[in-house]
Write a protein that binds this ligand. Structure first.
Ligand code: P53
Length: 475
C-alpha cells in the first residue's frame, strides 16, 4: 500500500464561491459580491471602484450554490463518497461584516458551529482556510486592503476569535489561500484597488509583506490557543518549465519559479530568501518593514505546505517569445506542444504534479497537502438524467497516479482534496458552467436552475478510489 491508512481524502470548497446568502444573518460584503460573471469580470484588470458605481444585472456570488442553506445535504453527499476531510473556508465578513469591528457577528459564528458539528457527525475532519479571497470589501474600500498595515491587526483579531471559538472542532488550518496570487489577481487576493499602475509592483509586494506578517502572527495566536493546531500555508503551484534547453530559458524558468516560491520561502523558512534582495532591486520594490517583523516571521513558521495544482507552465528567456503567452489562466504561459488543454486553455500535465511535489518537498522538507486539483469543464445532463464526465475521471485518475508516484519518490503527503468537489462559482470567470464537481448543481451562468444536486459518474469513481485508498484508480 503506497498511501498511509490515515491519508486524508476529500474535496475543497471556499465560502466566497459556494455559500451565497451574501447579506443574510448580518454578513457584510465580500470582495466578490460586487463582481459580475463572464467577460466583465476581467480579473486581474477589473476595477471594483468603477464597478461599484455601475450596477451589473447579475452577481453570481449572491446566491451561488446556496451552501449556506444546503450544507447538510451537501455534507451528507461528501460522506457518501467517503470523505475523511473537507477543505472549506470561513467568510471573514460573515464574522466581521466590515472587518474593523471590535466584536464579532454571533450569527456568523453560529453558522460555522453547525457546519463543523455536521462534519463531525460524519467523521469528516475540517481543513479551514481563514482567508480564501475573502477580505471584507469595506477594508478594501476604506483602508486599501492589505496594502494598509492596519489590516494585519484586523486579520489577527478575526483569527483569534475563530481559533478561540472552534479550538475543539478544527485542527487543520490554512492562513491565506494561494498567497502568491496577490501578484496576479491583486483585488481578490488582497483587496487591492490599484489605480497607479506605475507603482503596482511596490503595492503588491508591500501588501504581500503584510499578508506574511499577518500569517505569522495568526500562527502565533493559534498555537497559544491550542498547541495541537496544525497550521499551514497555501501556494498556487505548478512547476515552470524552460521553453527550450537554451540556458537563458532555464534561467528565466528558475526566476519564474522563485516568483511563486518567494512567499512560501518566508512562511516555511522564516525569512526572505537570499535572491529576494536583487529581485526587489530589479523590480524597484522597497519593502517597508517595521521593527520586529523579521523576528515575527522567523518565530512562527508553518507546520505543513499546502498547494493547488492545475497545470505546469512554460517560460522563455526571450521577451519576444514570451509575447506569445496565452491568457487562459491568471497565470500566463507559453503553449507546451506536448500537452493538451482544457476548454479554458489550462494545459493538462499530470507528470507536472509529480515534478511539482518533488520540487516543493526538496525545497522545504515539510509535509505537503494537495488542497486543490481538478478539471474545469462543461458538463451535460444526458437524457437519462445523468452526467457522464469521463474526461474529469481521466484527468483525476492520471493526476492521482502521479501523486502516488511522488509519494513513492519519498514525498510526505498528508492528503488530497480535489477542487470544487461540488460545482460552484469560478473564481476567475464567475461562471457556473466551468464545473469541477463530483456533484452537479442545477444552475447556469445567469442564475437560472433549481439548485438540485445530482451525483455525476465521477462521484462513484471517487468513492471507489477512497474505498481502496488509491489502489484502484481504474475507470
Ligand atoms: P477558477 C486561477 C485563477 C483564479 C484563481 O480557478 C485560481 C487560479 C488557479 O491557480 O486559484 C484557485 O475558479 C483558487 C480557487 C479557484 C480555483 O483555483 O478560476 O484557490 O478559488 O476557484 C480554480 O477555475
Amino acid at each position: 500500500m503506497s498511501l498511509s491508512k490515515d491519508f486524508l481524502w476529500g474535496g475543497a470548497v471556499a465560502a466566497n464561491q459556494c455559500e451565497g446568502a451574501y447579506d443574510v444573518d448580518g454578513k457584510g460584503l465580500s470582495l466578490v459580491d460586487v463582481l459580475p460573471a463572464g467577460e466583465e469580470r476581467q480579473i486581474p484588470l477589473f476595477n471594483p471602484a468603477k464597478g461599484l458605481k455601475e450596477t451589473f444585472d447579475y452577481y453570481p456570488s449572491h446566491e451561488s450554490i446556496d451552501f449556506y442553506h444546503r450544507y447538510e445535504e451537501d455534507i451528507k453527499l461528501f460522506a457518501e463518497m467517503g470523505y475523511k476531510v473537507l477543505r472549506m473556508s470561513i467568510s471573514w465578513p460573515r464574522i466581521f461584516p466590515k472587518g474593523d469591528e471590535a466584536e464579532p457577528n454571533e450569527q456568523g459564528l453560529a453558522f460555522y458551529d453547525k457546519v463543523f458539528d455536521t462534519l463531525k457527525a460524519y467523521d469528516i475532519e475540517p481543513l479551514v482556510t481563514l482567508n480564501h479571497f475573502d477580505t471584507p470589501l469595506y477594508l478594501a474600500q476604506e483602508y486599501g486592503g492589505w496594502y494598509n498595515r492596519k489590516t494585519i491587526d484586523f486579520f489577527v483579531n478575526y483569527s483569534r476569535v475563530v481559533f478561540e471559538r472552534y479550538k475543539d472542532k478544527v485542527k487543520y488550518w490554512l492562513t491565506h489561500n494561494e498567497i502568491n496570487m496577490i501578484l496576479h489577481i491583486p483585488y481578490i487576493g488582497g483587496g487591492l484597488i490599484i489605480e497607479d499602475e506605475a507603482n503596482a509592483e511596490q503595492i503588491k509586494y508591500q501588501a504581500a509583506h503584510h499578508l506574511l506578517v499577518g500569517s505569522s502572527l495568526a500562527t502565533k495566536v493559534g498555537k497559544e490557543i491550542n498547541p495541537d493546531f496544525q497550521i499551514g500555508c497555501m501556494l498556487a503551484a505548478g512547476e515552470v518549465y524552460p521553453n527550450t534547453c537554451h540556458p537563458q530559458d532555464m534561467l528565466a524558468a528558475l526566476q519564474k519559479n522563485r516568483e511563486q516560491y518567494i512567499f512560501i520561502d518566508v512562511q516555511s523558512r522564516g525569512e526572505y530568501p537570499s535572491y529576494s534582495k536583487r529581485m526587489f532591486e530589479e523590480l524597484g520594490v522597497e519593502i517597508q518593514q517595521e521593527q520586529g517583523d523579521a523576528e515575527i516571521l522567523k518565530a512562527h513558521t508553518v507546520d505543513f505546505i499546502s498547494f493547488s495544482y492545475y497545470s505546469s507552465r512554460l517560460e522563455s528567456g526571450d521577451e519576444e517569445v514570451n509575447k506569445q503567452k496565452g491568457a487562459g489562466n491568471a497565470f500566463a504561459s507559453l503553449k507546451n506542444p506536448y500537452l493538451e488543454a482544457s476548454d479554458w486553455g489550462w494545459q493538462i500535465d499530470p507528470v507536472g504534479l509529480r515534478v511539482t511535489m518533488n520540487q516543493i518537498y526538496d525545497r522545504y522538507q515539510k509535509p505537503l497537502f494537495i488542497v486543490e486539483n481538478g478539471l474545469g469543464a462543461k458538463d451535460e445532463v444526458t437524457e437519462d438524467g445523468k452526467i457522464h464526465d469521463e474526461y474529469r475521471i481521466k484527468y483525476l485518475s492520471e493526476h492521482l497516479d502521479q501523486m502516488i508516484e511522488a509519494v513513492k519518490d519519498g514525498v510526505e503527503l498528508l492528503g488530497y482534496t480535489s477542487w470544487g468537489c461540488i460545482d460552484l462559482v469560478s473564481a476567475g470567470s464567475g461562471e457556473m458552467k466551468k464545473r469541477y464537481g463530483f456533484i452537479y448543481v442545477d444552475r447556469d451562468n445567469r442564475g437560472n436552475g433549481t439548485l438540485d444536486r445530482t451525483p455525476k459518474d465521477s462521484f462513484y469513481w471517487y468513492q471507489k478510489v477512497i474505498q481502496t485508498n488509491g489502489e484502484d484508480l481504474s475507470y
